[in-house]
Design a binder for this molecule. Structure first.
Ligand code: PLP
Length: 337
């Protein structure tokens, strides 16, 4: 078993830039617990990570942009869905670090100048909506652009693929060390940590909890269907373990992740998600986002209602942010009111 401070020391050796406000708070939610007649609930406030309305990607970009700067890059090329929280946080981080930023966003039903896309434009970065689907097809677009920028004399760094996911796993291994310290301060020992992820966030939670031998088991609620998700998560966790020089080996059996709460598709609201969003703000004054965290909270609520978590359990819900996207869903949300 690794000591918490030792793990923090290992993470400190990885190239990084200072972007966010860490540690993020770990807050108890007694009114939410009471409303659900359920377990003791704490929310880890990654939505309060400081930079540009916060979110889980600030912690991730601490290491991806650290990697870029260490490689001598002066330009970041990124891209995802048109309401990408990751891209909004990257745009702001580039502003803070004085890096050029190019975003190539996949055209979809939310390619509207609202929410995150509005913020990207306000951040003054080079944004283009492209006809490529989010995933490997968009990655080709990003790499092509990087080649072109290189010919123009820039030093581009592309945020994409397994390296970005592995560095996210490093970031959330660090987050687990932070939570372990906060648990000691609060005198708690959680049974579960729930979050919305099918990528580096969950990979890091799995690697961190296994390395520190915590009681807490990570449970991921996917916002999108990816093939081979166990392999992707295991590979990210184990390559992060290699980078951190840890002996921990993550197996498929360590990874619990469900697609059950995605609904129609990525980026479309579910009625249960909207109910969860309203309940959390009404009981705790905390807003969730429509695409990720509301669906994850709907999953946690369903598990409580099914009796998978009882009154004697303690659960941490890692709030990954994303709230600026609420404004891009005005029509659907107003229709529900
Ligand atoms: C708000 C929010 N939650 C969760 C996620 C999922 O994170 P991961 O990359 O770990 O799957 C994202 C990713 O973009 C996000 O923006």
């Amino acid at each position: 078993m690794e000591a918490i401070e030792q793990l923090i020391q290992r993470v400190a050796q990885i190239p990084q830039v200072k972007l966010g406000h860490f540690p993020t708070p770990l807050e108890e939610c007694p009114r939410l617990s009471e409303a659900l007649g359920g377990p003791r609930i704490f929310i880890k406030r990654e939505d309060c990570s400081g930079l540009a309305f916060g979110g889980n990607k600030v912690r991730q970009l601490t290491f991806t942009l650290g990697d870029a700067v260490a490689q001598g890059a002066d330009t970041i090329v990124h891209g995802a869905a048109s309401q990408s929280n990751h891209c909004r946080q990257a745009a702001a981080a580039c502003g803070k670090l004085g890096l050029n930023c190019y975003l190539r966003l996949a055209r979809d039903h939310k390619s509207i100048p609202q929410g995150n896309l509005l913020l990207d434009k306000l951040a003054g970065v080079d944004v283009e909506i492209v006809d490529a689907s989010f995933g490997p097809e968009l990655d080709v677009v990003k790499h092509k652009l990087a080649k072109k920028l290189e010919l123009e004399g820039l030093k581009p760094y592309v945020v994409a693929g397994p390296r970005s996911t592995m560095l996210a796993a490093v970031a959330f291994t660090w987050c687990i060390a932070e939570i372990a310290q906060q648990q000691e301060q609060l005198g708690i020992d959680a049974d579960w940590i729930y979050t919305c992820s099918v990528g580096g966030t969950q990979a890091g939670l799995v690697l961190g909890t296994k390395t520190l031998d915590l009681k807490m088991k990570p449970f991921g609620i996917a916002p999108i269907r990816w093939e081979n998700k166990h392999e992707r998560l295991r590979t990210a966790a184990n390559s992060a373990a290699d980078l951190l020089e840890l002996d921990t080996q993550v197996m498929d059996a360590d990874i619990q992740n469900t697609d059950d709460y995605i609904g129609q598709a990525y980026g479309y609201l579910t009625p249960e998600g909207i109910d969860a969003l309203k309940l959390v703000v009404k009981t705790e004054g905390i807003f969730l986002d429509p695409v990720y965290t509301a669906k994850a909270m709907a999953g946690l609520i369903d598990h409580i209602q099914q009796g998978k978590l009882g009154r004697d359990d303690t659960v941490i819900f890692l709030h990954t942010g994303g709230t600026p996207a609420l404004f891009a869903y005005q029509e659907e949300l107003v229709a529900d009111l």
